[in-house]
Design a protein around this ligand. Structure first.
Ligand code: IMP
Length: 429
């Protein structure tokens, strides 16, 4: 028997794989839902009581009062964004939220967002960030000048650190001849207001989650973004500033390395990417346009149209290695209905060489050639199927091909946004 009763939900591609829906699916059976990295750059909508809520920071279990929702030390917290999300829930009558915020989590201040936007504007080659201040906030953390949640409650320290930070940013603006000045008083006043509103949520979340694991509570770790956006194992520099891998969970939550019992990789039936960066299976034609429209492939945080590509086996093999997948959950399978031929990229070559992994260099990655297999599509409406066996023959073959090429069992698939449209092939949790 596994020591702990936990599950990690990670995205295996470049984000937007439909993790929100899958996390929500499992969240209803969890005791704890823990967000472990990223911040307001994530985004998914959840339908609750027929109303659509856009969540960026709050964990997906927030609609369920039986679930304890945790923002761990690895998350960067935009206080304004967080308070807006809580306010939105309250307006909809969801007052009784069960939220725990790590005292060690770093804060995203409004100036981090401004710097994010300015850096993007001034880059020769933009990254295409969400401008949510993620990079600048993690930069301050690594530079050891960041301000953490706990610091909000130490008046002298907060004043000193915030002043020091703001003076430094203003000096940089001046040196760069950027016409911008951050106002200390305004930022400080906001911090004081925000700390009152969140004070009853603040805890040592490492201890909280560890105790829950030890009691064999069901703990769900909710990843944001996708493995290919990992700061270390993604397509650097077109990545985010944290690690969405399940390997990062122990550090980002403050729990033992053996805490993750299983990792489900949420994987789109095709691939999408927002922002810049290499994308070997990308294509643009009538089929990609159809996929974009049917799959509503526009960003939740930024509204940007997503780039579209065929299923890419190498991405999943990479995710399997760096993040340890025990199964994959295929999302948006229904979006492929009506496409005559479906391509699956099975490997990459450079010249004569078949690559065993994704090249570290973005420039080399841009030049790989993809080898495809072509599978026949299906026309039958699959949105009401209740099991794998109900799927048309070609849809079954498509899933089997994914499983065979990636070497990871397909344990679940979904054919629509509703909960009953997520179908288990294996009993997971
Ligand atoms: P940042 O995380 O805002 O710094 O953006 C860095 C890169 O990650 C950009 O290419 C973003 O488009 C991408 N990114 C960040 N969050 C998400 C997400 O939730 N889904 C998809 N892409 C994301």
């Amino acid at each position: 028997m596994k020591k702990y009763n936990s599950i990690a939900i990670v995205g295996t591609q470049w984000g937007d794989e439909g993790k929100g829906k899958i996390t929500n699916y499992f969240a209803s059976r969890a005791d704890y839902v823990v967000r472990y990295q990223g911040g307001g750059n994530a985004g998914h909508s959840i339908i609750y009581n027929n109303e659509r809520f856009g969540l960026h920071l709050l964990p997906s279990g927030i609609f369920n009062t039986n679930v304890k929702n945790v923002l761990s030390n690895g998350v960067v917290i935009d206080l304004k964004g967080l308070l807006n999300e809580i306010e939105g829930l309250k307006k909809a009558g969801i007052v009784d939220i069960s939220l725990f915020i790590s005292d060690r989590a770093h804060i995203v201040f409004p100036y981090h967002k401004e710097i994010d936007a300015l850096q993007e504007e001034n880059r020769k080659s933009t990254i295409g960030t969400t401008k949510q201040g993620i990079g600048p906030a993690y930069t301050d953390k690594v530079a050891r000048i960041g301000i953490r949640i706990i610091d909000l409650y130490d008046d002298d320290y907060l004043k000193e650190k915030l002043q020091e930070n703001i003076e430094e940013k203003n000096r940089i603006f001046k040196a760069m001849k950027i016409d911008k000045k951050i106002d200390f008083e305004e930022t400080y006043k906001f911090a004081l207001e925000a700390r009152e509103k969140i004070k009853h949520y603040v805890v040592d979340s490492s201890l909280l989650v560890f105790k829950a694991l030890e009691k064999r509570k069901k703990v769900l770790f909710e990843g944001a973004q996708g493995i290919l956006l990992c700061l270390d194992h993604g397509t650097y520099p077109f990545v985010t500033s944290s690690s969405p891998t399940s390997s990062s969970i122990p550090l980002n939550v403050g729990i033992p390395s053996y805490s993750i019992s299983q990792t489900i990789g949420v994987t789109k039936a095709y691939v999408t990417r927002v922002g810049k960066g290499a994308f070997p299976t990308e294509f643009e034609n009538e089929i990609s346009k159809k996929i974009r429209e049917v799959g509503k492939e526009y960003g939740t945080t930024t509204g940007r149209a997503r780039r579209i590509g065929w299923f890419d086996v190498t991405l999943i093999k990479h995710a399997k290695r760096v993040s340890g997948l025990t199964g994959i959950s295929i999302t948006l399978l229904d979006v492929l209905t009506g496409i005559k031929e479906l391509k699956i990229g099975i490997n990459y070559t450079i010249g004569e060489h078949i690559l065993e992994s994704i090249p570290a260099s973005e420039r080399i990655y841009n030049d790989v050639k993809v080898n495809y297999v072509i599978l026949p599509g299906w026309n039958e409406n699959i949105s009401k199927v209740k099991s794998f066996y109900d799927l048309p023959k070609n849809a079954k073959k498509y899933l089997e091909a994914i499983e065979n090429y990636t070497g990871v069992p397909v344990v679940q698939f979904s054919v629509g946004p509703k909960k009953e449209q997520t179908i288990n092939i294996e009993n997971i949790w």
